[in-house]
Design a protein around this ligand. Sequence first.
Ligand code: AR6
Length: 323
Amino acid sequence: MPLEIVRNDITKMKVDAVVNAANESLLGGGGVDGAIHYAAGVELLEECRTLGGCKTGKAKITGGYKLPAKYVIHTVGPIYEDGKHGEKALLESCYRESLALAKAHDCETVAFPLISSGVYGYPKDQALKVAIDVISEFLLKNEMMVYIVIFDKAAYKISEKLFSDIAEYIDDNYVHEHTKYLCGSIRMNAPMISYTNFEKTDDLAAKLRQIDESFSQMLLRKIDEKGMTDAECYKKANIDRKLFSKIRSDINYKPSKPTALAFAISLELSLAETEEMLRKAGFALSHSNKFDIIIEYFISRGNYNIFEINEALFAFDQSLLGA
Ligand code: AR6
């Protein structure tokens, strides 16, 4: 999955590069900076001394020394005052500059902490949103596996409003589960095609062909219908290229439910189309688990931002969409 949010200590990440939330001196400090220097050993500080510091919003690269990572990319986040002093643009620049450096050094895997969200005081939910926005924009045009490493659960918080909206939606749907279940069974018994909708035989024949279609065929058809390229589709689905190629070349490929849903989100399918696509893979949306209800919440609101959906899934302790 090209962007993954994980809970870990960044010094333990086995990636090509870890990003350090440094200060302008690049000579170490507390927080992530302290942890990275401690784990990398004194050679890291020695190399940092040769760099002549780094401006806020910029990034510089060094070796990783005793870290499992090959490189450390040091970036200096803005100190948060009130959000009116260009903090957001500077924080965006930290992610962009770090990603550009990682790319220039052929890094395939990179791990970021939530820059500025500790000592520098950037509100954590906003810091996370900036991270997700910039990284996901970068990943639309680049192949890289990027991790956002969250140190502790408390550090990770979607907005109170979104959290309570989703919690309420889950509650409502659990309450109505019994009724919905009945509706579900009625719908299952109803004919798959409403013939009145297909006056022309051509349409009917096309529809019948679609019933026999496999998941992989439906996916490729939808990509064409939406006028997307394959790459646009799998990137937006947060699915890596290799998995997509596997699905493309195997007409009978059975994806996992999160993978199938990731494609439905990427293609911006309606709820009915999402259900159809899931059926092809042998799954259904159910009201007896939070994961499905959260997905339904987003689709029914026309919000197809997979990273926002993943943030919400993470906040509710659910597995994430994508490979
Ligand atoms: N792994 C992952 N995340 C961590 C770790 C870790 N080992 N330790 C802390 N965090 P901060 P800043 C999280 O303060 O706000 C330093 O002194 C932490 O919970 O490290 O950019 C520098 O020298 C928080 O969410 O960085 C600068 O002077 C996030 O990492 C200044 O702090 C960033 O917190 C930079 O402040």
